[in-house]
Design a protein around this ligand. Structure first.
Ligand SMILES: Cc1cc2nc3c(=O)[nH]c(=O)nc-3n(C[C@H](O)[C@H](O)[C@H](O)COP(=O)(O)OP(=O)(O)OC[C@H]3O[C@@H](n4cnc5c(N)ncnc54)[C@H](O)[C@@H]3O)c2cc1C
Length: 372
């Protein structure tokens, strides 16, 4: 069967695009290498930016408490609390991805639970092949396979050749009195960690750390004890909380480098097109928003005889750039500052004493509520 769109990767970006396109009666196939539900390394704070869009797609999220406040603290425990300009909710990826998956299934999307090993563009069609030799053909393709994949090698993307020194660690905890409406961001040597409550009542603790800081200790338990716990807020959290995972999840080689939004005629969505520094707490909203942009353009491409592939690709690149490149740039600058001890000390000192500056920084890294 010839599909209208093949989507590689069934995370937030891929599933959103699958729902959007199938609702407009386009034939969609999604390739996802893992079965649902599954946990993922992620801060699990979702900005309200994309809530109107999810509602318009008929995606019903669990009724969870609203998060309207950010607590920020320095390594030494100086802290500041500010109201978030847009706010958001806390929802685990275990639940979020599965809700979208079920919605896509309901709409008749085809799922193949295998890893794609190659995607080629031949005679105006995409030929996709998985590691188990399943093949499919589609008129258009969306790359939504996340931060890093074997496909990046096949597509000869520049960033894949360079090593990245960032690690992500995440686990859920039970905690007696963590407030529902708070997302906390606590700094420690070489990284920072986010805390927020999920739909199950569990608290998600997820951190990003530079390998230079981690390599001195090497295992997660000792790192939590010796480095993370230098921040008094994290120390008291880890002392009072009960871990709910046998082992924390971790990922390495997280790259924040610039990527192209279209490669070999594939429209790249979510982290596949560019990952914002998690400090900004906005990657999930960007993934969903980029799927909206790609899906709307694809619908026009299918319905409008005048729009050719070249116009489709140029329009996607242009809209992607105008919507996301400024926030990614700010995110990269923040990351750069964080890598330099003295600069990060000044920035952290400034934001921990100025709610105005902190609110303004948050605004710069978040979009406005997405119009439907
Ligand atoms: C430490 C950390 C904390 C973060 N905290 C937050 C936060 O609090 N709030 C926020 O909004 N964002 C946060 N983010 C960012 C957010 O997690 C991502 O931006 C978001 O997950 C992007 O969604 P996606 O759909 O692009 O990719 P993913 O959700 O990663 O989905 C990609 C999917 O593709 C599949 N896949 C990969 N390769 C293949 C293949 N070859 N074949 C088939 N399937 C494949 C994977 O299994 C996966 O399911 C954080 C990121 C990190 C690293």
């Amino acid at each position: 069967m010839m599909y209208d769109t093949a989507i590689i990767g069934g995370g937030l970006a891929g599933l959103t695009a699958a729902i959007h396109l199938s609702q407009k009666n386009h034939r969609v196939i999604v390739f996802e290498k893992q079965m649902y539900p599954h946990h993922k390394v992620c801060g699990e704070y979702v900005s309200n930016e994309i809530m109107p869009y999810l509602k318009s797609l008929g995606v019903a999220l669990p009724n969870v408490a609203k998060i309207d406040t950010l607590q920020f603290s320095t390594k030494k425990g100086n802290s500041i609390t500010v109201k978030l300009p847009l706010g958001g909710i806390g929802i685990s990826r275990f639940a979020f991805d599965e809700i979208l998956f079920k919605k896509a299934l309901e709409l008749g999307v085809t799922f193949i639970f295998e890893a794609v090993k190659s995607i080629e563009f031949i005679n105006d069609r995409f030929k996709i092949e998985t590691d188990k030799a399943t093949k499919a053909t589609a008129k258009t393709a969306i790359g939504a396979y996340g931060k890093r994949s074997i496909l990046d090698k096949q597509l000869q993307r520049n960033f894949i050749a360079e090593k990245s020194s960032w690690l992500g660690v995440k686990a859920h905890y039970q905690h007696p009195n963590f407030k529902d409406n708070i997302v906390a961001l606590h700094n420690f040597k070489g990284g920072y960690g986010g805390l927020s409550k999920t739909e199950s009542g569990a608290i998600n603790f997820c951190y990003l750390v530079h390998y230079d800081s981690f390599k001195e200790v090497k295992d997660i338990d000792s790192f939590n004890l010796k480095v993370v716990s230098e921040n008094p807020f994290l120390k008291s959290f880890l002392n009072e909380a009960q871990p709910l995972f046998d082992q924390p999840l971790s990922i390495a080689q997280i790259s924040f480098q610039k990527k192209d939004a279209v490669i070999n005629h594939i429209l790249m969505c979510g982290d596949t097109a560019g990952l914002i520094h998690p400090l900004c707490g906005n990657g999930m909203a960007m993934a969903i928003h980029s799927a909206k942009i790609a899906s709307e353009l694809l619908c026009t491409y299918f319905d409008d005889a005048i729009m050719d592939r070249k116009v489709l690709e140029t329009s996607y690149k242009k809209q992607w750039k105008s919507t996301f490149s400024y926030r990614l740039w700010i995110g990269r600058k923040l990351q750069w500052v964080l890598l330099h001890d003295s600069l990060s000390y000044i920035l952290i000192h400034l934001v921990s004493t100025s709610p105005y500056l902190l609110r303004n920084l948050i605004k710069q890294t978040h979009g406005k509520s997405v119009k439907c």
